[in-house]
Design a protein around this ligand. Sequence first.
Ligand code: SAM
Ligand code: SF4
Length: 343
Amino acid sequence: MTVIFPTTGRRETLTDPFGRTIRYLRVSVTDRCDFRCHYCMSEDMTFLPKRDVLSLEELERLCSTFVRLGTRKIRLTGGEPLVRKGITTLIETLGRHLASGDLEELTLTTNGSQLAHRARDLAALGIRRINVSLDTLVPEKFRSITRWGEIGPVLEGIDAALEAGLKIKINTVAVRGFNDDEFDDLIRFAHGRGMDMTLIETMPLGEVGGQRADQYLPLTAVRADLETRFRLVDVDDTTGGPARYVRIAETGGRLGFITPLTHNFCESCNRVRLTCTGTLYMCLGQDASVDLRSVLRTRPDDDAALEAAIRGAVAAKPKGHDFVIDRSQGDTVLHRHMNTTGG
Ligand code: SAM
Ligand code: SF4
C-alpha cells in the first residue's frame, strides 16, 4: 500500500515476502571502537581499510533513500558511532528528515565513552533518546569486559546526557559468571535515574577468542531469579522491537529482555541493517546480504537503481535467524562480529 505524506508528496513502503513492513534501519557507521568488549570483538581485531568504508555522503544518500522508501526510524551504531569522524555532520544532515516529519526518530547506540562532551550537541541536533551499553558498575570489571575501558567517563556521559534532556535506555549483555550478581544493582542504578534497562542474551556473532557457551546466560533463568526479589509486571510492548518488557513494582522502572536464543522474535521483525561498507543484512542472524556500495559507486546518480537494489534485498529477507549456542556444535554460527553488523 502506498501512503501519501504531505511533506514529500510520495511515500512508499518496503514489505518483505512474509508481510513484514520494513520501517527501521540500523546503520553501523564504523567498525572501529575505543573498547574491545569480550563478547563483541577479539583483542587483535583487524579493522577495515578506509577505502572500503562508506563516506559520510554515501551514508547520507543511503539513509535518505531508505527514508524515501518508508523508513521511519534510523539507529546509528557501530563499532562506536561517536568515534566516527564527522558523525555530528551526518546526524545534522539526516536531521532534515526529522524536521520534515518523514523520519520519526533518529537515535544511536553508544558505549558512552564520548557522551560527556557530545550529549548537548546530540540533543540540539534532534536526538531524543539513546541506548547506552553498560554491563557492570564496578570499575575493575568494566576494565576487564571492555579490555581497557574506564567506567568514569561513561558515567559522566550518562549524567551529561540526562542533563541535556536525552532519554536513556541502558543495554546490559548478560554474561555468565561476570555480571549475574550485579543485575539488582544495575536495575536500581538505571531506574533510580529514570532510565529504562534492557538485558540482552549473548549472540553467537564472530570469533571472540573465548567460549560463547561459557558466557551464555539464558534470560529465562535471570528472570526467574529476579522474580524471587522483585515483582515483575508484564507491560505491552510498544516498541515493535525484540525486547519484551516488564515494570518492576519496587522501582517503577521498565526492564526489557532481548532473548534471541530462548525466544525467537523474528515474526515481528521490522528492521534491516546496513554496515559501514554498504552491505545490507536483512537479518542479524543470517548471512544473506546485498552489496549496496557497488550500486552507490558505479551508479552515483541513479536513485532508481539504488531503490531497486534495496527492494530486491528486502524481497530476500529471511523468515528468521538460526542462532544456536551449543557446545557440541561449536558456538559461533556467524563469522561476522557484532561491530560489523551493528548491534
Ligand atoms: N559501541 C556501541 C555500544 O557498545 O553500545 C554500539 C555498538 S554495539 C555492537 C551495540 C550493542 O550490541 C551493545 O549493547 C553491545 O553490548 C551489544 N553486543 C555486542 N556484541 C554482542 C553479542 N555477541 N551478543 C549480544 N549483544 C552484543
Ligand atoms: Fe565496542 Fe560496543 Fe563492541 Fe563494546 S559492544 S567492543 S563498545 S562496539
